[in-house]
Each structure stands twice: as C-alpha cells, then as structure tokens.
Write a protein that binds this ligand. Structure first.
Ligand code: PFF
Length: 444
C-alpha cells in the first residue's frame, strides 16, 4: 500500500480533495477557455455541467473509492471480479500523465513570473509590452523547459520524501488566504473604468455563441477543474472514513471549486475590457492581464508576489494528486517500489513535459490536427479522456454495481438521511452519461 494521504479528520478529507480540485484549472484555464469560447454561453454550460455531470460523477467515484479502500485498478477488480472492467483504469492513468506534462509547463510559467515579480520586472510597462514579454519568454529555446524540469523534480521530491502531508498542511492554511486575495483582486478589477463590459461578457450569454465546440470545451473544463473522470477523487475517497458523507463532500468540493473559478473570471475580465485587451488571448491570458492589475494596486509588487506564490502552492497540491494516480498504479499493479514508481512517472512527465514546454518556441511548428503538443495533450485529456471516464464511472456505479451497495455508501449504511439521493441517482444513471454522450456526438 502506498503512503497516500490518510485523512484523520472530516476536514482533512475535504481539504485534500479541494486542494486537488483548486489549481491552475480555475485561475489560469477557466478564464482563457471562457474568453476563447464566448464568455457567458461557455460559463452557463460550464455551470450546468458541474451540476448535472460533475456532482453525480464525483459521487460515483467516491462510492467506488470508499466502498473498496483501494486504488482504481484494485477497486474495479474487487467490484467487478472476472471482468475486463478494470481496463478502464487506463483512461485515468494515461490522462493523468498527459495532464501532468502540460500542467507542469504552466507551473513553470508561474515560477518565471514569481521571479519577475520579486525582481521588479512586472511593473512600469504597457499592456502591449506585457504581451511581448510573455511571447518572448514562452518561445525561448530553453527557459520554459528549464522551469518545467525543475518543477517536475520538485514534485518528485515532494512525493518521494513523503513531504506531501506537509505540503497539504501548508496548502490548507493557504487556501483561505488565496481566496481572500482573489477577492481583493476582484474588487480592484471591478473598480476599473469600463469594468461593466467584463461583467456583461461573463454573465450575459449570447445564444449565437452556443455550439458543439463550446459545449465540449465547457464540459472538458468542468471535468478538468474538478479533477474528475480519471480516478483522482476515487483515490482520495479510498481514504475517507466510513462516517464521512459522500454527497456532502461532493457538493462542498463542487461549490468551492466553482466559486474560485468564477472569482478568477471576475478578476480577469473587467480588467481585460477596461484596457481594451482581447479575451481570446488563449493560454497566455492571465500572464498578460495580471501585471496590468498589479499596476493599479498600491504595493502592487507585494500583491503580485503573494498571488504567484499562492498559485504555486495551489498548483503543487494538484500535481501531487494527479501524480498519485500513476504512482499507485505502477506500485500496486506492477510491483514497483514507491521510489521506482515515482521515478517512472517523473521520467515520463519529464520527457512529455519538455516537449510541451517547447511547443511555444522551437516545436511550435510540430502540430497534430492543427494543435501543438501542448494543446493536443490538453485537448485530448480534458475534452475526451476525462468525460469518457465520467461516462464510465456513472454507468458503472449507476447500472453495474449492486444498488444496495451504492445506497449503503451514500447513506452510510442507512445512518444518514440523504434527501437528494433519488435525484442524484437519476442524474448518475441517465442525465450524466447521456449528456456527455450527446455533447460528444454533437462534435461529429
Ligand atoms: N483540478 C486541477 C485544477 O483545476 O487545476 C487539475 C487536475 C488535478 C486535474 C488533478 C486532474 C487531476 F487528477
């Protein structure tokens, strides 16, 4: 058994899951995906996905994890003995390694900007100059790769040395601080002239923006942000106590994660419109917009350092959780020692992550279906593999597992009165798998 987190308190269980969910997905990916995909329409579909697919699939993963107290492969072997169901575990393992690879590149960007903030490089420029600054950094032949490699080595160290607990404790203390800082940034952003345009962009959906592509991206964002469909939450739930309420935990995670994403939007979009910048800037969006906001604030440099530092902490709790999926797999299914399992997962991420880091520079011409490696990994994992995992978990728990077992888990053997159970089970059986399938097929 690996030394994954064991949660001694109810708060610890929720905090670690929230630590996994809240990360760059909320603060970096959500604003740029919303910006590229029509704003309001994207956000509306995103919220519907969190509610109708997100919560039921979180609960489905929780049921499998807590009912077995095992890793995904072992859990599926136990619950569906003699079948090939456990092969579905590979969706999560492949997706987790792909995500770790491109996610580490963005963590590297955060490190670069943290250093820039400390050294005073993030002040005294025009918005255009910040754009040029990011473009020249991200296309640099080795700098982004260096940070990616260093970040992955740090992640490796944390996982090997069992520093995970410590990091999680720090993160639990920092999360409320991150929340307060986001609020302060939102207020500043909302007070900029022309901020109302940003609010309209976020909350006034235009029907003409709704399309199959927007729906797929909003659904992918919901899964990515909730760390869902790749058995990350299943793994954490395998350490939940039998007295934890699965439904309540799922609701708290979905609520907090969505709140942080919306706050990030409220921080970015008013500033974007106030300065006549473009919301469709893509992955570089926050790196162009945040420096502009820092400039508006008293002691802007201090705020900049704080924000990037907190983003760094939030992202490392996410990379730890996604690394655990493949480590546990190599360890428990292939008999590797924890050190070896961690090394294998790090080496894979180092190779793939370096290639992703070069996607904005030397390898920008290497494309598959018009996407660089960075975008390809992001697209395939978030928009295809995670929702596919979502269909699997909702069908497995909704239809294949014995319903007595599912209801026992949801009600803690009849000791909890879960008023939403029927609605939840309905969503798990019908709404989530059908809606995911409809969104997929609408692409064809
Ligand atoms: N949910 C994380 C974020 O929003 O940053 C990203 C993530 C973590 C995805 C863990 C998948 C995962 F297993």
């Amino acid at each position: 058994m690996s030394d994954r987190a064991r949660f001694t308190t109810k708060m610890g269980a929720i905090a670690a899951s929230v630590g996994s969910a809240v990360g760059l997905g909320n603060i970096w990916r959500f604003p740029y995906e919303a910006g590229e995909n029509g704003g309001g329409a994207f956000i509306l579909i995103y919220l519907a996905c969190v509610l109708l697919m997100g919560i039921p699939v979180i609960v489905a993963e929780f049921v499998v994890g807590r009912a077995t107290h095992r890793n995904v492969n072992g859990a599926l072997k136990q619950l569906a003995p003699g079948s090939r169901t456990h092969w579905f575990a590979y969706i999560g393992i492949i997706a987790s390694l792909m995500i770790l690879s491109f996610y580490s590149v963005v963590c590297g960007w955060i490190v670069e900007y943290l250093i820039l903030a400390v050294s005073g490089g993030l002040s005294g420029h025009t918005p255009e100059e910040y754009g040029v600054m990011f473009a020249s950094f991200s296309s640099h032949p080795w700098r982004p790769m260096l940070w990616t490699v260093l970040f992955l080595l740090l992640n490796h160290l944390v996982l090997r040395r069992g520093l995970k607990r410590g990091i999680e404790r720090i993160s639990n203390m920092m999360m409320p601080v991150l929340f307060v800082i986001l609020l302060i940034f939102c207020i500043h952003s909302l007070m900029m002239p022309g901020a109302g345009e940003g609010l309209r962009f976020m909350f006034a959906p235009r029907l003409s923006d709704v399309s199959a592509t927007v729906a797929v991206k909003a659904m992918g964002q919901a899964f990515f942000s909730l760390s869902l469909g790749l058995s990350c939450l299943l793994t954490y739930a395998s350490y939940f106590k039998d007295s934890d309420s699965l439904v309540r935990n799922a609701t708290v995670i979905a609520f907090l994660d969505t709140l942080v994403a919306v706050l990030a939007g409220l921080m970015i979009f008013p500033a974007v419109f106030s300065y006549g910048m473009t919301p469709e800037a893509g992955p570089k969006l926050i790196f162009e917009v945040l420096p502009v906001i820092f400039q508006q604030m008293h002691f802007g440099i201090v705020w900049a350092v704080l924000l990037f530092l907190l983003l760094f902490v939030a992202s490392i709790t996410s990379t730890i959780s996604m690394s655990e999926i493949s480590i546990a797999f190599f360890e428990e299914e292939h008999g590797l020692s924890r050190d070896k399992a961690t090394a294998v997962s790090t080496v894979i991420a180092l190779v793939l992550g370096s290639l992703c880091a070069l996607s904005f520079g030397p390898l920008s011409g290497v494309t598959v279906c018009g996407m660089t490696l960075f975008s390809l990994f992001d697209y395939v994992s978030s928009n295809l593999l995670l929702p596919a995992g979502g269909i699997f978990f909702s069908v497995f728990v909704g239809w294949m597992l014995e319903q007595r077992l599912v209801e026992d888990e949801l009600t803690n053997r009849g000791t909890l009165n879960v008023r939403t159970m029927r609605v939840l089970l309905f969503c798990m059986r019908y709404v989530a798998p059908l809606a995911i399938a409809v969104v997929f097929f609408s692409l064809i």
